[in-house]
Design a protein around this ligand. Structure first.
Ligand code: DX5
Ligand code: ZN
Length: 231
């Protein structure tokens, strides 16, 4: 049975970069289901974060799922490095290059689950022949590159239509950007099951006082579950 229950994936983009190991363990102890790792190359997006060496260094601290979101172009030359770094899921953007079919094949060939990310401006017309090649589709609800941005409401309809397209396939719908207790129910009701949250999870807490992380995660999960009648 494919697990479509609501899952919260804190994005370490909003964590203390100088203390990733303890931040990851703290947010997992406080209820995180997955750990979302935002890789930015300063080219595909106007920001630069970290690469395979950092991913390898944080892997031992992740006991849940390492969900690597590649905002880089090109993607293919780096897939092996992120697989070796310990990624469970590698997500590439449809907009990152002309050969997404080959990229998704290469991610699975490297032994990882394959994710496909769509920018807010990208429609669903080009994914028909990719639905059986992915384990996850990430709908960006902000323009990628930064945390703390405003949720783009036009994507609710996209998720509703995507959920219908996926049907019974074992494919997660991940929402990335602006997830909080007020926006998460909108996407859960539309059919999403994985909710990435950076600023809304790490706000107000720290590794020495992680209780706010737990309260933030519970607030998002409770709001989303209420929208789908799950307790
Ligand atoms: C943005 C990243 C997101 C970001 C989400 O490009 O892909 O994962 O960290 O941060 P919030 O939840 O603060 O919008
Ligand atoms: Zn992300």
């Amino acid at each position: 049975m494919f697990d479509r229950s609501i899952k919260i994936a804190p994005s370490i983009l909003s964590a203390d970069f100088a203390d990733f190991g303890r931040e990851i363990r703290a947010v997992e102890e406080q209820g995180a289901d997955w750990i979302h790792v935002d890789v930015m190359d300063g080219h595909f997006v106007p920001n630069l974060t970290f690469g395979p060496p950092l991913c390898k260094a944080i892997r031992p601290h992740i006991s849940t799922v390492m969900d690597v979101h590649l905002m880089i172009a090109p993607v293919d030359p780096y897939i092996e490095a992120y697989a070796e770094a310990g990624a469970d899921i590698i997500t590439a953007h449809l907009e990152a290059g002309p050969h997404i079919h080959r990229t998704l094949q290469a991610i699975r060939a490297a032994g990882c689950k394959a994710g496909l990310a769509l920018n807010p401006g990208t429609g669903l017309a080009d994914i028909d022949y990719l639905l059986d090649m992915v384990d996850l589709i990430c709908v960006m609800t902000v323009n990628p590159g930064f945390g703390g941005q405003k949720f783009i409401h036009s994507q609710i309809d996209k998720v509703r239509r995507l959920r219908a397209m996926i049907g019974e396939r074992p494919v997660h719908i991940e929402i990335d950007g602006g997830m909080a207790p007020d926006t998460a129910p909108l996407m859960a009701a539309a059919g999403a099951d994985v909710l990435v949250a950076g600023s809304a999870v790490f706000r107000g807490g720290s590794v020495s006082d992680p209780a706010p992380y737990g309260a933030n995660i519970r607030a998002i999960r409770t709001a989303a579950n209420a929208a789908v009648g799950a307790g």
